[in-house]
Design a protein around this ligand. Structure first.
Ligand SMILES: Nc1ncnc2c1ncn2[C@@H]1O[C@H](COP(=O)(O)OP(=O)(O)OP(=O)(O)O)[C@@H](O)[C@H]1O
Ligand SMILES: Nc1nc2c(ncn2[C@@H]2O[C@@H]3COP(=O)(O)O[C@H]3[C@H]2O)c(=O)[nH]1
Ligand SMILES: Nc1nc2c(ncn2[C@@H]2O[C@@H]3COP(=O)(O)O[C@H]3[C@H]2O)c(=O)[nH]1
Length: 895
């Protein structure tokens, strides 16, 4: 569920429980008045002209309707549970004004007059709508309105992150000290409020609307402010009104009922104006119509079993619910309904309202159900008849009537008073919340969650229903929701890459969940979920925000549907679960990085293996504002399960350092070998480049950008295979999104990074071209005496670079295709993806399969005599700086 914000007052969304006792008294008074034969309201003529129905018939009907309604409150609830239409359910839920969270939002909202939230900007699509909302913002107090939006929307690109600066390295300027041009990207400014476009029409509560003059009975009337009314004859004198001044909020419903029974009157409740979208409106209407149908059904049943009819006294029905929600003696107040019947006279339709919908049969049609016509701004919208609900929008949004309803035949309408309606919603909502909590508690993965967490979840979840064969989730689609199956079975399938056929994976049933992967990853669904049960599937749906806050940390959720690789990875990590820092013994230093040293270590009890322990000074990470990068490094390396990426087994921390325990690669850095050899031949370069292509394939298919390719970050294992290390700049991107962090190594950085145009995985293909060039020649193609000069050379492009003769034509062709100025033109980034690189002529005959299975013989076999042999590494003197200061600020709590 997403939170959408509507201007206006959130009265409907914020009914507090304390209010119910006062409300109870009000209802009681209303009930008595409605039931009393001397009630002036009931004595007044019904809207049917010259009706002989009279007050007594109305009264009788009113009382019996009242008791029936009280009996059928539960019906509404049952309807909510039974209905298969997900819109109905979500809508009814949406109507519930009971949520404590909604109340809080409302209270906050009231302090924020005149705002439009970002979400709202997204929601309002047309300028016209925006303008109207702007107007609303000015005139109406703020409201928080909760809307389930089933469409999974796109996100706004993240603003550029802070300039990333890593400390200088020993050998190469590893990261840019300053970008050449630094442009701070800000979040898009919030739309300025258009205060001049006020929509606060001084709309009279009982304005005698234009339609009044047209011999029509207007039941609800839309304010006329949006359209200049056509010139008309002056309206005839309106009939004398029972209530002549506008109602205020505190006035009782009895007074309002008195007014609504006025014949030939338009009845509207003037409040702040907020115009809900029509789609939402129609959803709501639909749900209420279903509710009324259920009421009717029950009534019919009662008619056929008259003995079962009981008249419920207000005292007996007013308080107490069948369900004690919390077991603490709290009873949900049972709302009392005042259901007077309003009769509206049938009138001939006039004006510009569309005729054809009724097929001109109005005159002849029997009067059985009654029909009304809906129009807006003078334009015909629809004709409603029999068990349809209308007038709910003004109540829900506390706004002026959004359409005009005109009786076109004789109609009997049942009216539910605002507060009563709200109470029904509150009550049914609370009952449902309790049911959801109970259900969640019965689901094993949630059983250990705290009660208040379960309540929070039940508070926001939405129930949806699907028919057999429906794709609940489609692989590749964007996803923003998490599902728990409450009824039925679904089938999980995954499209095969080669055949595109859907492979059956598993069945999921009641209590199972799905949809977590898109929320944890890059938004995209990784499998299809198809409704399997003949009688449909019901799911409880949770929005991303709630998922992240309350559920995502559950281990079971994270790993239930791990693919093979992830499972294997987890097993590996399990192995290291019990290893502590104190169990590790330092053998020698393997390297020095930006934040500290990398030591070769062994565990105390096991001399057969060795590990690399990267030790990073916390104070230095904070100084250079690299906290986020370090967290990302841990996450990406800790999850990666690729033989071309160094594995991270465990992390530790103390007051001064963060530690990463990794697999050790004792063949040394590719940089060292390159330095010693000067340059590599074509085939050696091909092997190492291919290893990187494999690593990139793994990362890019997960939408992870690496951003720090260079020979220093390529380590050889004892066999001579190359692995990517140092994921300090790696980042998981949202699909289709770019990132703006200025980072990398000057010689390897792509032009769009320098120009701060936003970059993505295509920047890695650029650096792959640079790597090829450096491996083949010993020097990167773009090399200046300082980073600024280097950037200038990069911006001149690869075509300005002279290729030495030892670079073959195919190699130079591939380098040029990788180092295209335009990221979209780079090989690997186009339709064929990374396979385009693998298929390039330069790789002709390369044994990719052998590489992937590690059966291919590497070109250089490093000399590694034992698991503690560090001869392939340079010698490093002890750290001259000594230990860093403590950092106990806690930023690293998740490390
Ligand atoms: N798993 C490992 N096995 C062997 N040596 C390693 C390993 N990890 C790192 N090293 C050595 O330590 C050096 C520094 O490691 P790394 O690049 O991860 O640190 P860093 O602080 O991120 O460095 P940089 O400043 O280059 O970004 C590497 O270049 C390499 O020589
Ligand atoms: N805005 C709108 N209201 C409609 C439509 N069809 C029926 N209605 C009903 O007309 C009612 C007019 O009063 P409300 O705005 O309270 O609630 C409105 C709806 O219940 C429609 O297409 N648009
Ligand atoms: N990728 C994957 N998803 C699965 C599997 N079994 C169940 N699922 C669920 O299918 C869901 C499809 O949408 P998501 O990718 O969001 O989350 C996925 C998982 O919750 C499986 O074996 N692999």
């Amino acid at each position: 569920m997403k939170i959408k914000h509507y201007p206006g007052k959130a009265v409907d969304a914020s009914l507090s429980l304390e209010g119910t006792s006062a409300m109870g008294a009000l209802y009681e008074a209303n009930w008595l008045r409605a039931a009393s034969p001397t009630n002036p309201a009931t004595n007044s003529k019904l809207s049917r002209q010259n009706s002989t129905a009279g007050s007594s018939s109305f009264l009788i009907e009113g009382i019996s309707a009242l008791s029936k309604y009280q009996m059928t409150l539960e019906n509404i609830r049952q309807l909510e549970q039974q209905t298969r239409d997900r819109h109905i359910v979500s809508t009814i839920k949406e109507l519930n004004g009971y949520r404590p969270s909604a109340l809080q939002h409302h209270q906050q909202g009231e302090m924020h007059n005149g705002w439009i939230a970002e979400d709202q900007d997204e929601m309002v699509e047309s300028t016209e709508e925006k303008e109207k909302l702007d107007g609303v913002v000015k005139t109406a107090p703020a409201v928080n309105h909760y809307v389930l939006d089933p469409t999974e929307r796109t996100r706004v690109p993240r603003p550029r992150q802070q300039l990333s600066v890593k400390p200088p390295s020993l050998r190469r300027s590893q990261t840019m000290s300053q970008p050449p041009s630094y442009v701070t990207l800000r979040s898009p400014n919030k739309k300025p409020q258009n205060l001049s476009n006020s929509s606060s029409s001084a709309y009279s509560t009982f304005s005698s609307a234009a339609e009044d003059s047209q011999d029509q009975v207007v039941i609800c009337q839309q304010p006329q402010r949006l359209m200049a009314p056509p010139p008309r004859e002056p309206p005839p004198e309106p009939p004398k009104r029972v209530v002549s001044k506008p109602l205020t909020r505190s006035q009782t419903s009895v007074q309002r009922y008195a007014t609504i029974r006025m014949p030939n009157q338009s009845t509207t409740f003037a409040r702040s104006i907020a115009r809900p979208r029509d789609s939402t409106a129609s959803l709501r209407r639909h749900s209420l119509e279903q509710a009324i149908k259920a009421l009717k059904l029950q009534e019919e049943q009662k008619d056929t079993h008259p003995k079962s009819q009981q008249q419920i006294s207000p005292a007996a029905s007013s308080n107490g619910s069948s369900k004690d929600l919390n077991g603490e003696g709290f009873c949900i107040p049972r709302p009392r309904l005042i259901v007077p019947v309003h009769t509206y006279a049938r009138r001939r339709r006039t004006g510009n309202l569309k005729e054809q919908s009724s097929g001109g049969q109005d005159e002849e049609e029997p009067q059985k159900d009654g029909r009304v016509e809906v129009s807006r701004e003078g334009k015909y919208l629809s004709t409603l008849s029999g068990a349809k609900v209308l007038g709910e929008l003004a109540i829900l949004y506390n706004c002026q009537r959004t359409a005009t309803i005109t009786a076109i035949t004789e109609c009997n309408l049942w009216a539910i008073e605002r507060q009563c309606f709200q109470t029904i919603m509150m009550r049914t909502g609370l009952i449902r919340q309790a049911e959801y909590s109970d259900f969640l508690k019965s689901v094993p993965i949630f059983k250990d969650l705290a009660d208040d967490t379960l309540i929070k979840i039940s508070d926001v979840l939405e129930e949806t229903h699907y028919q057999r064969g429906d794709y609940i989730v489609r692989q590749g689609a964007r996803g923003d929701t998490f599902f728990i199956i409450s009824k039925g079975k679904v089938r999980v399938t995954i499209k095969q890459q080669d055949t595109q056929e859907e492979k059956f994976i598993r069945m999921l049933g009641k209590g199972d969940f799905f949809g977590e992967k898109a929320l944890q990853g890059d938004d995209l669904r990784t499998a299809n979920i198809i409704c399997e049960s003949a009688d449909g599937v019901s799911c409880l749906v949770i929005d991303r925000e709630t998922f992240n806050q309350l559920i995502s940390n559950l281990d079971e959720i994270k790993h239930r549907y791990d693919d093979e690789g992830a499972m294997e990875r987890r097993k590996i990590n399990e192995e290291f679960r019990d290893i502590n820092l104190t169990d590790l013994r330092v053998i020698a230093t393997l390297g020095v990085g930006g934040f500290g040293r990398v030591e070769l270590v062994q565990t105390n009890g096991d001399g057969s293996r060795s590990f690399a322990l990267k030790q990073m000074k916390k104070s230095q990470i904070v100084e250079t504002r690299q906290q986020q990068h370090i967290m990302s490094e841990k996450e990406i390396m800790g999850e990666a399960n690729c033989q071309f990426i160094v594995k991270l087994f465990k992390t530790f921390k103390d007051k001064k350092y963060l530690y990463m325990l990794m697999e050790s690669c004792l063949g040394g850095e590719l940089w060292t070998i390159l330095r010693d050899k000067g340059n590599f031949d074509d085939s050696t370069t091909r092997f190492y480049t291919a290893c990187v292509v494999e690593a990139f394939d793994y990362l890019h298919s997960r939408n992870i950008i690496y951003r720090d390719l260079k020979p220093e970050n390529l380590l050889l294992n004892e066999r001579g295979y190359v692995k990517l290390v140092d994921f300090g700049f790696a980042k998981k991107l949202q699909t289709g999104r770019k990132t703006w962090t200025f980072c990398g190594t000057p010689e390897y950085v792509a032009p769009e990074v320098i120009l701060n145009r936003g970059h993505d995985i295509s920047a890695d293909y650029w650096s792959l071209g640079v790597l090829m060039f450096e491996l083949l020649t010993g020097t990167p193609p773009f090399t200046g005496s300082d980073p600024m000069r280097t950037y200038n050379i990069i911006l001149k492009g690869i075509d300005a670079i002279e290729f030495p003769r030892n670079i073959t034509r195919n190699a130079s062709n591939l380098i040029k295709k990788l180092c295209r100025d335009n990221p979209a033109e780079r090989l690997g980034y186009q339709r064929g993806g990374i396979s385009e690189i693998q298929k390039h002529k330069w790789f002709d005959g390369f044994y990719w399969w052998g590489l992937q299975n590690c059966t291919l013989e590497p070109p250089i076999k490093p000399a590694v005599k034992s698991v503690v042999d560090t001869t392939n590494f340079d010698d490093y003197p002890p750290d001259p700086e000594g230990p860093p200061p403590d950092d106990v600020t806690g930023w690293d709590k998740d490390f």
